[in-house]
Ligand binder design. Sequence first.
Ligand code: 3UK
Length: 519
Amino acid sequence: MALPSGISFGPDHKVSLPASFNVAVPFIDRHLGEGRGAKAAIRTASETVTYAELAERVNRTGNALLGLGLKPGDRLLMVVKDCPAFFYLFWGAIKAGIVPVPPNTLLRADDYAYMIEDSGCRLVVSSVEFAGEIGPALAQLGAKAPKAMTVDAFLAEMAKASSTLAAQPAAAADDCFWLYSSGSTGRPKGAVHAQRDMVVTSELYGVRVLGVTENDISYSAAKLFFAYGQGNGMTFPLWTGSTAVLDDRRPTPDTTFDNIEKFKPTLYYSVPTLYAAQLAALDSKPRDLSSLRACVSAGEALPADMFRRWKEKTGTVILDGIGSTEALHIFIGNRLNDFRPGTSGKPVPGYEARILDENGKPVVQGESGALWLRAESAAKYYWNKPEKTAETMVEGWLNTGDTYRQDADGYFIYEGRSDDMLKVGGIWCSPVEIENCLVGHPAVLEAAVVGHADEAGLIKPKAIVVLKQAGDAGRALTDALMAHCKKTLAPYKYPRWVEYVPELPKTATGKIQRFKLRS
Ligand code: 3UK
């Protein structure tokens, strides 16, 4: 399929875009002119949305948002499960010049209160399932809280709004949408992405690496709020005029396999934790995965053994690739015709990766160092966080925070984070946040949290705890500490193991030496 008019990529894979455009046009409206109006853009268990219906609902959404008083440049916080309304809100906002901000839907009231305030959003739209966290977040903000409504209430507004909308003109580098990303200390940071960025990821990784075409059907177990899921399950399908399968449930081996058998996707995207659970489930019940031409993994490193077992059981490769919220999607990845299990593969065309030593000089090939990235899809800055921006985004290069080395053939091998952050099921987990939660329990004096590998070789949080009264240690307290964390934090963050010790290793300045506790 030809690139949308006015958009081209040079021999160096650099994009060129019109001086004035709106990215909703090539992703949404273009398909009507190209004869795809009756084609399914989205399929769910209960409905199919065609490209014509999608384009009309995007227009109605843009008009409804403007009608609710939002102006171009205003932020819309959308805490929305994986359903067609996610598409309407995201693209309707963009087409009207409004900036959608879709955070992780697994967070707690405190996190949402922070994001509402930090983003200065004018409206919060949330799926009713998240009311238990969004309600208290808004209550916490009192008179400062913006207008808020459920997705269902919004859809009623949408239905009343006009079905025609002129796209708000923008430049390639103008702010388009944000994604919040977390750090080991401090609050989440809003990574501000430009109009250009989804064009770059969809063409360079989606089309040129994965070979996505109009004929693919994509299914991402990773949710749309995650930059990974956003590309897999929304922007790549829309860029290529193909079909996305959505499921709003928590993904499990049963739900994901049922979806693959029912919708027959050609591409399946997931994270190592879920692949591990799926492999275990395949032992007891064979499944028909014959529709798949490729599987993709990201979020954390995929152990080579899981690649081998999946290939053996399903006949399909899993292409591991590293991406980030800041880079927007995968920038080093394995390909169908060039992969090496146990590595992240090679840089995606158009992305420049460098491994630097502590003096900022490129290492000799084979040595480890800090991974830096130059990407045309990189976030421009973090909202309200000039110091974090200056640390992470330096002269057009992005500090990924990862340690990497290259093998003799140039494949990139992940060696861990340079900070203490953990990836659990592909989602960030700050040890400091879990430690603070544990210390909030009356029995706990001090706590350290580190990553520990489970049976499948995947990292989960482990707590090392000093008690006020050593005699309290035991299964009952361990259960109570786990329950305390599940209740206070996003549930995937609770420690899977608790070890009791008389004291923690500390530096002279009293900082916990987590590296001494890793095992
Ligand atoms: C880690 C990996 C080893 C790595 C993401 C695909 O994960 C995504 O974005 P986040 O901002 O996290 C980024 C960090 O996660 N990581 C991601 N993938 C891998 N480590 N092997 C991998 N394959 O520390 C990286 O810096 O949550 C993934 C596409 C878009 C994304 N946003």
